[in-house]
Write a protein that binds this ligand. Structure first.
Ligand SMILES: [Zn+2]
Length: 123
């Protein structure tokens, strides 16, 4: 008997096992004093919370897969990620892009060249 008790105590001191034993003992205690319904309520709340967390995780990952697009830049073929319907800039060549139909498209027309105007003073 003393051996079993010392084993339970040593198991009780190890992290998760101790937590589980305390929960089980707490549940037995609640059931013996007629508060089993409280334990059932707590378990239902825990189950509903876990279910909602799992469902929200799946919804979030589905939304993220729809929103994030990985494609190549039409100007330099550099692959990167962007959000659907948002303007972005290619991190490689600084081309202004927008995500349409799962691919990047240029905002400026092909062949347009950005020039810097330099004012030359008359001499
Ligand atoms: Zn680029």
């Amino acid at each position: 008997m003393d051996r079993i008790f010392s084993k339970i105590v040593s198991f009780n001191q190890s992290g998760l096992g101790g937590c589980l034993i305390r929960l089980i003992l707490f549940g037995i205690f609640l059931a013996t004093i007629g508060l089993g319904w409280l334990l059932h309520g707590l378990l239902v709340v825990l189950a509903v919370t876990l279910t909602l967390l799992v469902i929200s995780w799946f919804v979030f990952s589905w939304w993220l897969k729809r929103k994030i697009v990985e494609s190549a830049c039409p100007a330099c073929n550099y692959e990167f990620m962007g959000f659907t319907g948002k303007k972005c800039t290619c991190p490689n060549c600084r081309e202004s892009l927008v995500v349409e139909g799962g691919k990047f498209k240029r905002l400026s027309s092909i062949g347009a060249i950005d020039v810097q105007i330099v004012d030359v003073a008359d001499n």
